[in-house]
Design a protein around this ligand. Structure first.
Ligand code: F6P
Length: 519
C-alpha cells in the first residue's frame, strides 16, 4: 500500500494474464472513446478497485477543482502569478473565457484572423517557396513536430524548415538550401530574449541583408512574440509582429500565433480543424470533472492516474511513447518538453518538498524502428517501462499493405509485452510478460485527431501535476544554466583572467577552449 495525496492505494498483485483470465470483459470495459480517439488501458495493472482508489486520489488532490480553476482563468501558475489559458486558444468564438477580468476570446480570434491573413498572403505568393521557423523549445517543437505529422496536408509549393539549435550547423545547413528572395523567416520567441533564437535570427537577418539589402528585411521577416519592444530593438518592424499573451506557456503555445508556420503550411482551415479537435478534448475533460470533485467517468483523468500508479506505487521512472506512424517521429521530443518541463519538479507549488516522485522520463521512437533497437529491453530488461502505443487504421498515403504490416506489429508488441511467453528450458527465450501498455488509436491522423492527441497529453500532465501538488506551468529549472552560459559566453572570447570565484573545473574547460578555439 502507498499513500498518495493522503489516500491509500493498494496495487493489484495478479498478473495481466490472470486479470484477463478472471475477467475477459476487461478488454471491452477498459476501452473507451475520447472524442475520435479509442483508448484501451486493459493491459494496465488496474481493476475496478484500483481505479476507484486512484480516482479517490484525484478527488483528494482536487483535480476537478484545479481544472475548473484553469478554465476560469485563475492564476494557477502560482510561481509566475499567471493564468494558464491555452484552452482559450482553441475555444470557438461563441464561448467566453475570463482572464484577469477580460474575456480573452475576442482577442484570441482577432489574432487568429491576423494569422489567417498572413498565412493566406504567403500561401498565395508564388514567389515564396520556403518558410523558415526560428525558435526553440515551445517556440519550435510544436510547429516542427506538427509540420512533420501533418505533412500530407502541406502546401505543395512550400518547403518548411525549422532552426532551433544555437549550433551553427543547424542554420548553416538550412540557409545552404535557400534563395533569400523566395524565403520567409518566422522568428518565434515568447520573450524575444532567448539567446539561441536571437543568435539564429541575427544570422538569418544578416544573410538576407548581405544578399538583398536592408530594405528586404521587412518583407522577409515576421516576428511572433509577446514582446513588441524586444522585437523592435532586434530590428524587425513590430507592425509585422503577431502577438500572443503571457498566459500562454511556451510548451502549450502551438495553438497560438506560435503555430503560424504550421498554419502557413497546412492552411488556416486545417489549422482550425486542429484547434477544434483539441477543444473537443477540453469538453471531454470539462464534462468529466464534476463539481463535487468526482472524476470516475473521466477517461483522461484515468489515463493520468495510471501514470501516477506507475510512478508512485510501482516506482517506474520512465515511460515510452511509441507512435506507429512515421509522421509522428518528433512526438516523443514534443512530449518530453510538455511533460518533463511541466512535471520535472521536486518542490510543490507552495515551496515545500514533494511527498512522492514526480514526472517520469518520457522517451520514444516510431514503431517499427524501435522494435529493432530498444524493444529488447522493454521485453526482457530488468526495468518495467510502461508504453503508450499510438496507431491509425488508415494511413495518409496509398500504401495500404504497409499499414497492415505496421499495425500488425503494434498489436503484436502490446500482446507480447502483456502476456509474454514461456521459454521452457531456454531462459533466454522466456518472456515474463506483465508489461503494461495503453493503446491510443484513431481512424486517421487528420489535423483534428492530431489536435486531440496533443490536448489529451496536456490534460494528463495537468492532472498528474495536481496530484503531485506542483506548479506544472513554470520552468525555473532551466534558468541557472542560461545565466551561467551567458556569463561563460563572454569569457570564452577574451583572454582576461577569470574571476577568482570561477569553479576550478569549469575554469579548466574554459582555458582549454580558449587555447583551441578558431579565431
Ligand atoms: O528554456 C525554457 C523555455 O523558456 C521554454 O519554456 C520555452 O518554450 C523556450 O525556452 C523558448 O522561449 P521563448 O519562446 O521565450 O524564446
Amino acid at each position: 500500500m502507498v499513500e498518495i495525496a493522503g489516500v491509500a492505494v493498494t496495487p493489484e498483485h495478479a498478473s495481466l494474464r490472470e486479470l484477463f483470465a478472471a475477467d475477459p470483459s476487461r478488454s471491452q470495459r477498459y476501452r473507451t472513446s475520447i472524442a475520435d480517439l479509442v483508448v484501451d488501458w486493459s493491459r494496465q495493472p488496474v481493476t475496478d478497485r484500483v481505479l476507484r482508489e486512484l480516482h479517490e486520489v484525484a478527488r483528494a488532490a482536487g483535480v476537478a477543482h484545479a481544472f475548473h480553476r484553469m478554465a476560469s482563468g485563475d492564476r494557477i501558475n502560482v510561481t509566475e502569478h499567471r493564468a494558464v489559458g491555452h484552452m482559450a486558444l482553441r475555444a470557438p468564438r461563441s464561448l467566453s473565457m475570463m482572464i484577469d477580468g477580460v474575456d480573452v476570446i475576442p482577442e484570441v480570434h482577432a489574432v487568429r484572423d491576423a494569422m489567417r491573413a498572413t498565412a493566406e498572403r504567403i500561401r498565395s505568393n508564388e514567389q515564396i517557396t520556403d518558410v523558415v521557423n526560428i525558435g526553440i523549445g515551445g517556440s519550435d517543437l510544436g510547429p516542427a513536430m506538427a509540420a512533420r505529422a501533418l505533412r500530407a496536408y502541406g502546401h505543395p509549393r512550400l518547403r518548411p524548415h525549422f532552426v532551433s539549435n544555437v549550433d551553427g550547423a543547424d542554420i548553416d545547413s538550412v540557409l545552404g538550401q535557400l534563395d533569400p528572395a523566395h524565403t520567409v523567416f518566422i522568428i518565434v520567441s515568447k520573450t524575444f530574449t532567448t539567446s539561441e533564437t536571437l543568435a539564429n535570427a541575427r544570422t538569418a537577418r544578416q544573410w538576407v541583408i548581405d544578399r538583398l539589402g536592408e530594405s528586404a528585411v521587412v518583407d522577409h521577416f515576421i516576428a511572433v512574440s509577446t514582446a513588441a519592444d524586444q522585437v523592435e530593438a532586434f530590428g524587425i518592424d513590430p507592425s509585422t509582429m503577431i502577438g500572443f499573451w503571457e498566459w500562454v506557456g511556451g510548451r502549450y503555445s502551438i495553438w497560438s500565433a506560435v503555430g503560424l508556420s504550421l498554419m502557413v503550411l497546412i492552411g488556416p482551415d486545417r489549422f482550425d480543424d486542429m484547434l477544434a479537435g483539441a477543444h473537443a478534448i477540453d469538453q471531454v475533460m470539462a464534462s468529466g470533472c464534476s463539481d463535487n470533485g468526482d472524476t470516475m467517468a473521466n477517461p483522461i483523468v484515468t489515463l493520468a492516474l495510471i501514470g501516477v500508479l506507475h510512478r508512485n506505487v510501482f516506482h517506474r521512472a520512465s515511460k515510452a511513447v511509441i507512435p506507429y506512424a512515421q509522421e509522428l517521429d518528433r512526438l516523443p521530443a514534443y512530449l518530453q518538453q510538455l511533460d518533463m518541463e511541466s512535471n520535472g519538479k521536486s518542490v510543490r507549488a507552495d515551496g515545500s518538498p514533494v511527498a512522492t516522485a514526480t514526472g517520469p522520463v518520457i522517451w520514444g521512437e516510431p514503431g517499427t524502428n524501435g522494435q529493432h533497437a530498444f524493444f529488447q529491453l522493454l521485453h526482457q530488461g530488468t526495468d518495467i517501462i510502461p508504453v503508450d502505443f499510438i496507431g491509425f487504421a488508415q494511413p495518409n498515403h496509398d500504401l495500404v499493405e504497409h499499414q497492415d504490416l505496421l499495425m500488425a506489429n503494434l498489436f503484436a508488441q502490446a500482446e507480447a509485452l502483456a502476456l509474454g511467453r514461456d521459454g521452457g528450458d531456454e531462459p533466454h527465450r522466456h518472456f515474463a510478460g506483465d508489461r503494461p501498455s495503453t493503446l491510443i488509436l484513431a481512424d486517421q491522423l487528420t489535423p483534428s485527431v492530431f489536435g486531440q492527441l496533443l490536448a489529451l497529453y496536456e490534460h494528463i500532465v495537468l492532472v498528474q501535476g495536481v496530484v503531485w501538488g506542483i506548479d506544472s506551468f513554470d520552468q525555473w529549472g532551466v534558468e541557472l544554466g542560461k545565466v551561467l552560459a551567458s556569463r561563460i559566453a563572454a569569457q570564452l572570447t577574451n583572454d582576461d583572467a577569470l574571476p577568482s570565484d570561477t569553479d576550478p573545473t569549469t575554469a579548466a574547460a574554459i582555458e582549454w577552449y580558449r587555447s583551441r578555439r578558431r579565431r
